[in-house]
Design a protein around this ligand. Structure first.
Ligand SMILES: NC(=O)c1ccc[n+]([C@@H]2O[C@H](COP(=O)([O-])OP(=O)(O)OC[C@H]3O[C@@H](n4cnc5c(N)ncnc54)[C@H](OP(=O)(O)O)[C@@H]3O)[C@@H](O)[C@H]2O)c1
Length: 283
């Protein structure tokens, strides 16, 4: 989802870049070496990750192989090349028992194996590289790839009712807005390395997110009618990975230090619908 969005953003800015997908396995040091051979690389942006949060509970070693060992490989490669690495981690590194938005120096305490693997990746990167850009983001969604908003749209089209969690709070991150900020960072050749938090402005529950998605989907003619949404506690969905009850991130440092633009989550959701409608028209 994010990788494709970034590649489009970079292409629009006429950056000289090489994008890759699974043909470059970040778990293979040799594969990475082969990919970079003969290329002059100043920046590396890692969007590869094991992101199946629930599945990671059953196969934590696969999550760790990609999210920790893979990130370590990339970090070592960046060190060898003298390249600047941008990497993404998650609000799921936190336990979710805070009362105010998480700042960068908050202590990670993941509840899930996915969250643990992302945290281990952060640790490996810091050990391998003195300087890097690490962005913790939350509730990522965009016009490409599976995400909460796409899941909701499918449900709204196929079902008459849906149960949505109303006791987990966070903030969405619209991938296109993040991609613009990342491209701006690279364009300015920034050396303001560090750990940063970034998400859209606001603090909402999944239920709020679903309800707003339904309203806008109706407005944009993407669903024929509203369905009935039932607000339920996360405890009604047993068996899945534990998720933080509160994982709002404080984007203040990214705004102050990097000049990142942060928009209200509802504005970005509207933008998502405009961009999705435009994409559907051209495809
Ligand atoms: N989605 C969210 O809500 C969210 C929230 C917070 C943070 N993040 C972080 O944001 C970043 C981008 O997430 P995303 O949602 O864009 O992820 P995504 O859509 O799941 O994309 C990750 C990509 O990495 C690929 N991949 C997996 N293992 C790989 C390997 N060994 N080598 C190379 N590529 C590999 C995946 O391929 P396959 O699909 O074929 O496996 C997939 O194309 C990740 O670091 C993620 O942890 C995401």
């Amino acid at each position: 989802m994010l990788g494709r969005q970034l590649a489009l953003e970079f292409a629009g800015r006429e950056f000289d870049f090489f994008a890759s997908d699974l043909e470059v396995d970040i778990c293979s040091r040799q594969g990475l070496q082969d990919f970079v051979r003969g290329k002059k690389i100043r920046w590396m942006v890692n969007c590869a990750a094991y992101t199946a949060v629930n599945r990671a509970e059953a196969e934590p070693e696969r999550a760790l192989a990609v999210n920790a060992a893979g990130v370590e490989n990339l970090s070592q490669l960046a060190a060898e090349l003298g390249a600047r690495l941008i990497h993404f981690s998650s609000d799921y590194v936190f336990a979710g028992d805070a009362k105010e938005p998480y700042r960068e120096n908050a202590q990670p305490r993941p509840l899930s194996r996915y969250g643990w693997s992302k945290w281990q990746g952060e640790i490996k990167m810091a050990a391998a590289l003195g300087t890097f850009f690490l962005f913790r983001i939350s509730w990522l969604y965009g016009v490409y790839g599976p995400n909460f908003v796409h899941t909701m749209l499918k449900i709204f089209r196929e079902k008459e009712t849906a149960r949505i969690v109303n006791d987990q709070f966070g903030a969405p991150t619209y991938a296109a807005a993040l991609a613009e900020n990342i491209a701006g960072l690279i364009g300015s050749d920034s050396e303001r390395f560090g750990v940063y938090h970034y998400c859209d402005r606001g603090a909402i529950s999944w239920f709020d997110f679903a309800a707003a998605t339904m309203e806008m989907a109706l407005e944009f003619g993407m669903i024929p009618q509203k369905i009935s949404l039932q607000a339920v506690p996360a405890s009604k969905f047993p068996g899945a990975a534990a998720r933080p009850a509160y994982s709002v991130l404080d984007s203040g440092k990214a705004v102050r230090e990097l000049g990142f633009q942060v928009h209200d989550w509802q504005l970005n959701l509207k933008r998502f619908f405009r961009e999705k409608a435009a994409l559907e028209e051209t495809s």
